[in-house]
Design a binder for this molecule. Structure first.
Ligand code: GAL
Length: 699
């Protein structure tokens, strides 16, 4: 694993740099990330390039075994460039230009800015061509972050119109497909189409509240901005590859911002990389962003280019808590367990100046190494011991589908807001699987699903006819789909289907949605999972009389149709109405879950689904807050356990495990320290090729 920090040699005096480099070399890390934001040193005036200062540091670290991730500096266009071309400045949805003085003040669509960006990237690549100490390149810094993903300048407006022309061919077609007749918005020409004034962008504000714009236009603007960012990155990637043969990527913001469709935007990049700042103080580090990261490029290992390094002051906030001792180490190993190939802390030494002055880092402003530095050293050492595990496979039997169109559409026109959020809901289902011992992947609607036994499809509100066909084919061929409420409601234009819901899929699910409503406090309704008809659930000890009393949540869909009833309402006017259904279609099974089941009910339901589909579960008894990740080696499964509870914990393992780090056999009951890690190896030989696991009983 590549492990290290971000470092800013351009900030340091000669003396400070010397001391920092000495510490870096003693730390045991093998990677540093440098250069982003340093345009004014790389090209102090137009056309005068200077990389010697950076090369010196790269060389010195390289000779000590530390390789560099070079960054293009384009998140910070320098003063001379902005002075000469003020029209490259970013314009937000209020049509206000972002002035020089912060960062990310540029329009990614502007041809002038694109040309300058390509040139600096190319010059940097030329300067480092053949340098053995360069391990990779990061383009820009956090594209779209801090409300810079929806530029509304005149250049963007023109390009958006051209994009629509390309997508729809004629204005008549656009009018028809977008329903422009609504509120008298039909256009005679693409040149009349405005950019939406309201935005779903994180960090930006709506220009006019209660101003409801055409949902097709808004979704198209999301797609357009995302594609524009991709174009901008790809131009830089192409320039870099003229001289450098190392992986090229950019640091995304994971599931935090989501202004960019990363499935699409990373197609021209070698890795998906992201930045992640979870709390490390008595908190569980959410692994859903990691599972997502692994799925972005279909299983390619991901990079975390910025990760927590400590607490104290922070940018634009009241501060950040220090991590518990051991929590950084634990979090780094957790990311490796989930498929991380690189983890770099942000950053090495606290800045005394600039917008991020005083902010947390591994080493404080005075340059004296303290506990976080020592923990980084220990982590580097531990990672070396874990290297053999890096190639272990993921079970790859179950997946959760995460899709950008549905995510964007559900923010443009929210459902049960703020209780229901698409990203959170996908994460919730992913975590239920983790709770029952299934390490799931995250997939897009576009990727091949054939390797999975089960795909969970949460609230896929937008589905094109091709995507419906994909689901149908998958089930027909023997796959199991668990779709939730809000499936296939609108088409790719973000326009509702006029056939019965789930549109195009009623035959696959055997269910038809007959009535829908949000679930609030006042209409929370009891239901029963009726399992008589459901063989897999019938024998479950958790149930009495094969019935599980529970209640609905978030959204409610009453189902008709020929499907089996697994869940039905037991009160009010909904009494007797079907809300959870199962149906055999082709060689597969299709479940429709018309509401958000309570956690325990949902876990029980999912256990039944996994059993029926032959998905192996790793059975480790543990309390909430202890995460389990399963990796599959040739001879052994590796059960990674992370104790995120704020105390010591005890887990019950399947018999026959050994401690991977000591090689010693493990008893059935094991204690894991607060913020501790246990890696148990467990022979999987007898399981080879089997449908059910070699360990544990499946219930
Ligand atoms: C990230 C950014 C870094 C730094 C960090 C927090 O979003 O990429 O440059 O600002 O946040 O300090």
């Amino acid at each position: 694993m590549k492990y290290g920090v971000s470092y800013y040699p351009e900030h340091k005096t000669e003396e400070e740099r010397k001391a920092d480099l000495a510490l870096l070399k003693q730390s045991g890390i093998n990677t540093v990330r440098m250069g982003e934001f340093a345009w004014c040193r790389m090209e102090p005036s137009e056309g005068n390039f200077s990389f010697g200062w950076l090369e010196e540091v790269v060389e010195e670290l390289g000779e000590a075994g530390i390789r560099t991730i070079l960054c293009t500096p384009t998140a910070c266009p320098p003063a001379w460039l902005v002075e000469k071309h003020p029209d490259i400045l970013y314009m937000d949805n209020r049509r206000i230009r972002r002035p020089f003085g912060g960062r990310r003040h540029y329009c990614y669509n502007h041809e002038t800015y694109r040309a300058y960006s390509v040139r600096i990237a190319e010059e940097m690549a030329r300067a480092f061509a053949g340098n053995p100490y360069v391990a990779g390149v990061q383009i820009d810094n956090e594209p779209a972050q801090e409300g810079t993903g929806r530029c509304c300048c005149p250049v963007c407006e023109e390009k958006f119109r051209a994009y629509l022309r390309q997508e729809y061919g004629s204005i008549e077609n656009f009018n028809r497909r977008s329903g422009s007749i609504f509120w008298s918005q039909e256009y005679e020409d693409f040149s009349q189409i405005p950019l939406p004034v309201n935005t779903i962008e994180t960090g930006a504000r709506n220009l006019i509240d209660a101003y409801y714009e055409n949902p097709t236009l808004r979704l198209q603007f999301e797609r357009f901005c995302s594609r524009s960012q991709k174009e901008y990155q790809d131009l830089q990637a192409k320039a870099l590859r003229r001289y450098l043969q190392v992986p090229v990527t950019t640091n995304a913001t994971g599931l935090a911002t989501n202004s960019i469709d990363y499935y699409d935007s990373t197609e021209g990049l070698d890795r998906y990389a992201f930045d992640f700042y979870p709390s490390l103080r008595d908190a569980e580090v959410d692994s859903f962003p990691y599972a997502f990261a692994r799925g972005v490029k279909d299983g390619t290992p991901f990079w975390v280019l910025e990760f927590m390094s400590g607490g104290g002051h922070r940018l634009g906030g009241s501060g950040r808590l220090q991590p518990n001792p051991g929590a950084m180490k634990q979090a780094v190993v957790q990311s490796m367990a989930h498929g991380g190939e690189m983890m770099l802390h942000f950053q090495f030494r606290t800045y005394p100046f600039g917008a991020e002055q005083l902010n947390y880092a591994i080493v404080d402003m005075d340059g004296i190494p303290r506990r976080r530095y020592r923990e980084m050293q220990e982590t580097a050492e531990l990672l070396r011991k874990l290297e053999p595990l890096e190639g272990a496979a993921f079970p790859g039997e179950a997946a959760v589908c995460f899709d950008y169109d549905s995510h964007w559409a559900l923010r443009i026109k929210p459902v049960n807001d703020p209780a229901f959020h698409y990203v959170d809901y996908c994460g919730k289902l992913y975590h239920y699987l983790e709770n029952i011992g299934v390490t799931a992947d995250v997939v897009s609607l576009k990727r091949d699903w054939s390797r999975y036994r089960v795909v969970i499809l949460p609230a896929a509100i937008i589905m094109s006819p091709e995507q419906q066909e994909k689901v149908r084919h998958y089930v027909e061929q023997g796959g199991t789909v668990v779709a939730t409420f809000l499936t296939s409601v609108k088409n790719e234009d973000n326009v509702g289907y006029t056939q019965s819901l789930p549109a195009g899929l009623t035959k696959v699910f055997g269910s038809v949605v007959e009535e829908v409503e949000p679930v609030f406090e006042e209409n929370h309704t009891k239901l029963r999972l009726c399992m008589e008809s459901y063989e897999a659930l019938c024998h479950m000890e958790e149930t009495e009389d094969n019935l599980l009393e529970t209640s609905d949540g978030l959204w409610s869909e009453l189902l008709g149709g020929v499907s089996e009833t697994l869940g039905s309402y037991t009160e009010g006017y909904k009494e007797g109405a079907k809300v959870v259904s199962a149906f055999s279609y082709g060689r597969g099974r299709a479940y429709y879950v018309g509401t958000d089941l309570e956690p325990e009910a949902c876990r029980i339901f999912l256990k039944g689904v996994m059993k029926e589909a032959g998905v192996r579960r790793s059975l480790v008894e543990r309390e909430e807050g202890v995460e389990l990740v399963t990796r599959r080696g040739h001879e052994e499964d590796y059960l990674f356990l992370f104790n995120f509870t704020a105390r010591e914990t005890e887990v019950k393992l399947p018999a026959g495990c050994r401690d991977y780090l000591t090689g010693k056999p493990l008893g059935e009951k094991c204690r894991i320290a607060r913020n501790g890690i246990l890696i148990a190896g467990f022979s999987n030989k007898s399981a080879a090729g089997g449908r059910t696991g070699s360990y544990g009983r499946t219930v």
